[in-house]
Design a binder for this molecule. Structure first.
Ligand SMILES: [Zn+2]
Length: 243
């Protein structure tokens, strides 16, 4: 089914209209298009609600992919009414939550610039993001925070560029993730670029990001944990670094 993932081209789209195309056995709702991001790449799926023509609401408590990335399933909270196939609904993302996720997700990209080591894992929550690096060096969290904030304050543009798989084959080193390879066979690949002409960074990623680094705002490294001899787990949090 030709479902349009509107968040891939416009991360700031917090609302849109859509037509219900399917209801799954478990109650999951499928639409012809959506602004709800589906859990992927360490970023949790969107929550929010669907507004029906009569003004009543269907609360959505999660969004996930189906068998493929092309399938996006909206998970209603318990005891919500099921919409009809063909019904038009207006989608509303819980924008405060999503915007925090966009800010912290973008901060993870900046951290991978400050710490240029292979990434072994990442997970983003509303008020805390963690990134695991394959590294054995000890590094000072105040110094990392300072470098991160310099990138934030420089207010670099953040933008999407689509490249062909052939272009990617010619330059596979842009992938920083050690275990996760970007999805193939789609003909094109989505790159998240930071800085004019991607001078700061470019990285395959399907998530949602802010459009300039200043929007990340004040962040700091809350903790650097040693997870094994060659693994360091960084935690990014909002606000000033506690004294
Ligand atoms: Zn990303």
């Amino acid at each position: 089914m030709g479902m349009k993932a509107l968040f891939a081209d416009d991360a700031y789209l917090s609302t849109c209209e859509a037509t219900v195309t399917g209801i799954r056995e478990d109650g999951g709702i499928e639409l012809d298009q959506t602004c709800f991001y589906a859990t992927s790449g360490g970023q949790p799926g969107d929550t929010g609600f669907f507004e029906r023509a009569d003004g009543t609401r269907i609360r959505i408590e999660g969004t996930i992919n189906g068998a493929t990335k092309a399938e996006i399933i909206h998970l209603p909270a318990a005891d919500q009414p099921a919409p009809d196939i063909g019904e038009t609904v207006t989608l509303h993302i819980d924008w405060d939550r999503r915007y925090k996720l966009m800010r912290l997700h973008t901060a993870c990209h900046l951290l991978s610039v400050v710490c240029p080591y292979p990434i072994t894992g990442a997970s983003i929550a509303e008020d805390d993001a963690r990134v695991d690096f394959d590294m054995s060096e000890t590094i000072d969290k105040a110094e990392v925070t300072e470098k991160l904030m310099a990138l934030v304050e420089a207010n670099h543009p953040v933008y999407i560029e689509w490249i062909s798989e052939e272009e990617f084959e010619a330059n596979p080193d842009i992938v920083k993730s050690k275990n996760v390879r970007p999805p193939r066979g789609l003909g094109r690949m989505r790159l998240v670029c930071i800085g004019d002409q991607a001078t700061v960074d470019s990285q395959p990623c399907g998530g949602t990001h802010v459009s300039e680094t200043a929007e990340v705002g004040q962040i700091h490294i809350g903790k650097i944990e040693k997870k094994g001899r060659e693994n360091r787990r960084f935690r990014i949090r909002f606000g000033e670094m506690p004294a």
